[in-house]
Design a binder for this molecule. Structure first.
Ligand code: UDP
Length: 217
């Protein structure tokens, strides 16, 4: 597909955000299930110490560099990446073009009031984006059955799972075989940001690759 950089045993694809979106469009057009991971330094570090996690990332169909640390490491290895491609930026970009592309989106994760507010905000910001369903990320086995049936019934093109790392990727891997959603992507704490509950770092900090410092503080 595209070039990869291997950082501590974890493969990250060398793509810009625009290229990632083009790959997503190809995944959707194929109709076959795909798994996308946006990897930050913490994820890569965990994977270094945990073979199972490393395999999960290396088996994903697209792994982007979600974090200054990953971009820095690739530079250090002499294989610079085009740019950071964060989960939140991809989330917004997908919703922005979903209307024109006629993609259907399903969102899973976060607390009930957070997902409700996030979906409301997304519908205001991207009125042409078709969010065909959503559910909070706290459910028992019985509710999970109902969620799986709902997703199967609504046949989204994109499933965004915001249940934190590693839960979200484990959930995607466990259920992708029966769901067959063309694009399933873990999006961590994105709904907290989109709902307005959590603020993103100011633009100047994002530009200086200091978002990690803002989150730490
Ligand atoms: N979350 C969830 N179900 C769970 C655990 C977490 O939906 O069982 C949600 C949580 O409410 C939050 C998101 O996952 O909106 C990200 O959580 P966290 O900040 O712990 O993960 P990270 O972004 O660090 O991966």
């Amino acid at each position: 597909m595209c070039e990869q950089v291997t950082i501590l045993g974890t493969n990250v694809h060398s793509v810009s955000q625009q290229e990632a979106l083009e790959i997503i469009a190809e995944f959707i057009a194929s109709g076959k299930p795909h798994h996308i991971i946006t990897a930050n330094a913490e994820i890569v570090y965990q994977a270094y110490h945990d073979q199972t996690r490393r395999q999960i990332i290396n088996n994903a169909d697209l792994v982007t560099a979600d974090g200054a640390g990953v971009v820095w490491a690739a530079n250090y290895l002499g294989q610079p990446l085009p740019e950071r491609v964060t989960g939140i930026d991809l989330f917004h970009a997908i919703c922005r073009i979903a209307g024109e592309k006629q993609w259907k989106i399903y969102i899973l994760g976060a607390k009930q009031e957070i997902i409700e507010q996030a979906v409301q905000n997304l519908q205001t910001q991207y009125p042409h984006c078709s969010i065909v369903g959503y559910h909070n990320g706290y459910f028992d086995q019985q509710e999970e059955e109902a969620i799986l049936n709902d997703i199967k019934k609504k046949q989204p093109d994109v499933l965004l799972v915001a249940m934190g790392v590693p839960k979200q990727d484990d959930w995607i891997i466990t259920h992708q075989k029966i769901l067959q959603v063309p694009v399933a992507m873990g999006v961590g704490g994105c709904l907290d940001v989109i709902s307005g509950k959590l603020k993103r770092a100011p633009q100047w900090m994002q530009k200086m690759s200091l978002e990690w410092l803002y989150r730490l503080i």
